[in-house]
Design a protein around this ligand. Structure first.
Ligand SMILES: NC(=O)c1ccc[n+]([C@@H]2O[C@H](COP(=O)([O-])OP(=O)(O)OC[C@H]3O[C@@H](n4cnc5c(N)ncnc54)[C@H](O)[C@@H]3O)[C@@H](O)[C@H]2O)c1
Length: 272
C-alpha cells in the first residue's frame, strides 16, 4: 500500500527543482497534488531564470505519467488573498488537504553592502511572508481533517550562516523559528510542523552561472568566509530527490511524533 494513499498535498514552487521532485514522489506514494507556482518573472534582483507555465505543465505531465492526480495552480505566495482563493478551490475539488510543503523561495546573492533595500524586502516577502501565507492558507484545511503535516523549506543557511546573502540567511533563520512557533500551537490540532535545511541542491537557484560568478567575485574580495561553503561529506551538490526523501519521511506516518524539528539534509555543511 503506498504510504500516502488518499492524502492531498499542497506544494508551492512546484514548477521545477525541488518542488517538482516532491510532487512526483508524493504522487508516486499515492497523494493527490496541488502544484502551485508563480510561473512568472521573479524579482529583478534574482539572477537566474524564472519558471514558466511550461515548467509547471511538465510537472503535471510527470505526475500524471506516474498515474497521479494533480491540479496546477498559478499563484504568488506573496499574495495571501490570491493564494487563498485559488488553493481553496483546488482543495474543494480534491476533497480536503493533509500535507503542506512551503517550498517556493528565491535567493539573491550579493555582498552585504550591495544588497539593495528592495532586494532585501523581495527575499523576505517570498521566503518568509510567502511561507507564512502558505501555512495560513493550508492549516485551516488540515484542521478540518483533524490533523496533518506541514514542512517549511528553510536551508542550511537557516541554521548556520552562509556568506554573501544576508537577505537569504535572515529570511531562512526566520522560517526556522516560525516552524517551531507554528508547531507549538498547531500540535493541539494534531498538525505537525517541521523545517528542512538542505545544503546546495542541483537546481536553477544554485547552479546558474551568473550566481556562481557573483559568489566567485565576492570570494575574491573577501576570501575567509568561503570556508563556510564546505560540505563535510564528499559531495558538492545534492539532487532534488535527496531532499524529497526527507520530506517524504516527515509527512509520513513514520514521523507521526516528530514536530518542531529542524532537520538538516546538508552533507554536514552546518557541522563546523
Ligand atoms: N537550490 C539550493 O541550493 C537550495 C538550498 C537550500 C534551500 N533551498 C530552498 O529550496 C526551495 C526550492 O528551491 P529550488 O532549489 O527548487 O529552486 P528553484 O528556483 O528551481 O525553484 C523555486 C520555485 O519557486 C517558485 N517561486 C518563486 N517565487 C514564488 C512566488 N512568489 N510564488 C510562487 N512560487 C514562487 C519559482 O517559480 C520556482 O519554480 C527554496 O525555498 C530554496 O530557498 C534551495
Amino acid at each position: 500500500m503506498p504510504e500516502l494513499q488518499g492524502k492531498v498535498a499542497l506544494i508551492t514552487g512546484a514548477a521545477r527543482g525541488q518542488g517538482r521532485a516532491h510532487a512526483e514522489r508524493l504522487a508516486a506514494e499515492g497523494a493527490s497534488i496541488i502544484a502551485l507556482d508563480l510561473c512568472g518573472p521573479l524579482p529583478a534582483s534574482v539572477k537566474y531564470r524564472s519558471a514558466t507555465t511550461d515548467d509547471l505543465d511538465e510537472t503535471v505531465r510527470l505526475v500524471e505519467k506516474l498515474g497521479g492526480r494533480v491540479l496546477p495552480v498559478v499563484a504568488d505566495v506573496r499574495d495571501f488573498d490570491g493564494m487563498k482563493s485559488s488553493v481553496d478551490v483546488a482543495v474543494e475539488e480534491l476533497g480536503g488537504l493533509d500535507i503542506v510543503i512551503a517550498n517556493a523561495g528565491i535567493a539573491v546573492v550579493s555582498e552585504w553592502d550591495r544588497i539593495t533595500p528592495k532586494a532585501f524586502r523581495d527575499t523576505v516577502d517570498t521566503n518568509l511572508i510567502g511561507a507564512w501565507n502558505t501555512v495560513m492558507v493550508g492549516a485551516p484545511h488540515l484542521q478540518k481533517r483533524s490533523g496533518g503535516s506541514i514542512v517549511l523549506v528553510s536551508s542550511a543557511a537557516g541554521v548556520r550562516v552562509q556568506p554573501f546573502m544576508v537577505d537569504y540567511v535572515a529570511s531562512k533563520y526566520a522560517v526556522t523559528g516560525m516552524a517551531k512557533a507554528f508547531a507549538a500551537e498547531l500540535a493541539k490540532d494534531n498538525i505537525r510542523v517541521n523545517s528542512i535545511h538542505p545544503t546546495g541542491v542541483n537546481t536553477d537557484m544554485a547552479t546558474n552561472p551568473s550566481v556562481q560568478e557573483i559568489f566567485a567575485a565576492a570570494i575574491e574580495r573577501n576570501p575567509r568566509p568561503a570556508s563556510l561553503f564546505t560540505n563535510m561529506l564528499a559531495v558538492d551538490l545534492l539532487e532534488p530527490s535527496d531532499i524529497t526523501d526527507t520530506v517524504l519521511h516527515l509527512v509520513s506516518e513514520r514521523a507521526r511524533f516528530v514536530t518542531g524539528h529542524a532537520m538538516t539534509v546538508d552533507a554536514g555543511i552546518t557541522l563546523h
